[in-house]
Write a protein that binds this ligand. Sequence first.
Ligand SMILES: Nc1ncnc2c1ncn2[C@@H]1O[C@H](COP(=O)(O)OP(=O)(O)OP(=O)(O)O)[C@@H](O)[C@H]1O
Length: 232
Amino acid sequence: MINIENLEHTFAIGKKGEERRIPVLKGITLEVKQGEIVAILGRSGSGKSTLLNILAGFMAPESGSVKVNGQETSALTEADSAAFRLANFGFIFQNFQLMPGLTAFENVELPLKIKGLSSRERTVRVEEMMRKVGLTEVAEHYPNELSGGQQQRVSIARALVTNPPVLLADEPTGSLDSETEQEILQLIQALNSTLGLTFVIITHDEEVANVAHRQYRLHDGELVKGEKRHAV
Ligand SMILES: Nc1ncnc2c1ncn2[C@@H]1O[C@H](COP(=O)(O)OP(=O)(O)OP(=O)(O)O)[C@@H](O)[C@H]1O
């Protein structure tokens, strides 16, 4: 499903002519199979976001290859890359990134509007997704009228509503208390086992990484296979 091969990326910082080069990814190779949850652990500044941004096609790598369902993503034009992202990836962020002026229902509906689905189709899909993540009661609430856990459920529903095969999650429980973190982790596991969704989760939190089938640690620009410390 996802094949990353020998990915390298270096940032140049500082004034022109006096740049300092920071190698962030030094030959990353990773395969993610359909239906897997893979976690990438790493400290702040270890390159997790850089890896995720390249995987999602937001950034081109310096060298190496990223294939999603056989498609080399760095070969796509900007417009094709956006369409490819919409079809293949759902995104879950630490700070939810909901639109404050839209209700929970409307937030989940938004990607379907972008896809051009009819109002009736949108309503059916959004209602189904809200049920799956346990949100029907709060469909008409605005984000500031929801708890952190509910906001993350809205963002998960929004990520899933277009039926993408892969969910990319960046610190999905980073803004939540530990009880709510457990609820969201259980939801991720349930969505993985019932819908067969593939998750790539980047995190610095071992607890979060423990929901994964496989976990890796990004350290000094290299990806090292990790062991689960304890079961959740
Ligand atoms: N656009 C950029 N230009 C220059 N350097 C960058 C850029 N983006 C990231 N870096 C540097 O690359 C390194 C990796 O950053 P990255 O954001 O990928 O780390 P991270 O593991 O996601 O960190 P965090 O957990 O704090 O979000 C850091 O040293 C950062 O300063």
